[in-house]
Design a binder for this molecule. Structure first.
Ligand code: MTE
Length: 338
């Protein structure tokens, strides 16, 4: 698909950048005639469509029934100011339910998450398939308060509930040929209207696929999340189970996963296949490597203010998790392997 790349904005790290990115994306979408790949992760932020997002109502956007979870609280990251729950569950990227930020919450409330099957297979000795109940009972659940940095230059702080992907992978005993891990979202166009409607779903190929190198997958920070704010996930955030990789751009954190496969070769992933110059396989948060259409040096932290609230902060290498992850990339040129 043709990706049209307008010249990079002269604006860099200022509050104005949001608006300039927003306008660039609007022009791009208009020029493409529909919401196509180039607009991707640059979905239209419609002020009217997102009206409910800015009035700081209670967490009532979701009519889907979530259930309280038992978990160990995160005592290490309590100083991070959490994004209000209402915003976490109403400002989403989940193109299977629409490419505008408000659409996933609006169009996913009847999504069926039980029964659910998640298979873990491929290069391993003990492949397994988990059922819905296994997802919340197989491992002791823990809270992890993580920063989430979207490639679009907004960010949140989310109290996820889940377990380490490493613990799950150890159960299936990966063999020595397991070099990468491939993740796949449910493919069900009847339930996920964006998978059959190109306008709604941004024209990307489904099912959504993501991948990690095996050492990234085994890193203790890499989380399989089954909940947020103390309860099971609502559909718009990736129920019943999703990945959270906090040092990478948000598009790596694939939602509503049905398959995890240990593989020999680096997998072809959704956004990388669509626009490799914009979305790298590694996608490590890197303020020194700009997106071709906007700066990655800073981000708009979504807190309790409005869309253009003055809450722009500097983006940190590896999203601030360098101490735990930088060693995995020490011999790599991060501008080549972005
Ligand atoms: N997973 C699937 N299956 N489909 C998607 O469109 N969007 C990604 C990621 N996972 C996406 C996905 C992007 S771009 C981001 S920023 C995060 O989900 C957003 O997660 P959130 O909506 O819970 O904040």
């Amino acid at each position: 698909m043709l990706i049209k790349t307008p010249p990079k904005s002269a604006l860099k790290t200022s509050d104005i950048t949001d608006e300039s990115v927003y306008i660039q994306r609007r022009q791009l979408i208009k020029s493409m005639g529909f919401l196509g790949a180039g607009a991707l992760l640059g979905s239209v932020i419609s002020k009217t469509a997102n009206a409910g997002f800015f009035d700081n109502k209670d967490a009532d956007a979701s009519s889907f029934k979530t259930t309280p979870l038992k978990f160990t609280a995160d005592k290490d990251n309590v100083s991070l100011i959490k994004t209000p729950e209402q915003k976490v569950i109403s400002h989403n990227n989940f193109y299977e339910f629409g490419a505008q930020k408000n659409q996933p919450a609006e169009l996913s409330q009847n999504f069926k998450v039980n029964p659910w099957q998640l298979s873990i297979s491929g290069e391993c000795d003990n492949p397994i398939t988990l059922d819905y109940d296994d997802l919340t009972t197989m491992f002791a659940l823990e809270e992890r308060i993580y920063r989430l940095r979207c490639v679009e230059a907004w960010s949140m702080v989310v109290p996820w509930i889940g377990f380490s992907l490493a613990d799950l992978l150890k159960k299936v005993a990966p063999n020595s040929s397991a070099k990468y891990v491939l993740f796949e979202t449910l493919h069900d166009p009847e339930q996920m209207p964006g998978q059959s409607d190109r306008r709604l779903g941004g024209g990307i190929a489904y099912p959504y696929i993501e991948g990690l190198r095996i050492d990234e997958a085994m890193n203790p920070l890499t989380l399989m999340s089954v909940g947020l704010y103390g309860k099971t996930l609502p559909p718009q955030n990736g129920a019943p189970i999703r990945l959270v990789v906090p040092w990478k751009y948000g598009f790596k954190s694939i939602k509503s996963i049905v398959s995890i496969k240990l593989v020999r070769e680096k997998p072809q992933t959704t956004w990388n296949k669509l626009a490799a110059n914009e979305y790298g396989f590694y996608a490590n948060v890197n303020p020194a490597h700009d997106h071709p259409r906007w700066s990655q040096a800073s981000e708009r932290r979504i807190t309790s203010g409005g869309l253009f609230a003055r809450n722009r902060i500097e983006t940190l290498p590896f999203n601030g998790y360098g101490e735990q992850v930088a060693h995995m990339y020490k011999d790599m040129d991060l501008t080549k392997y972005y």
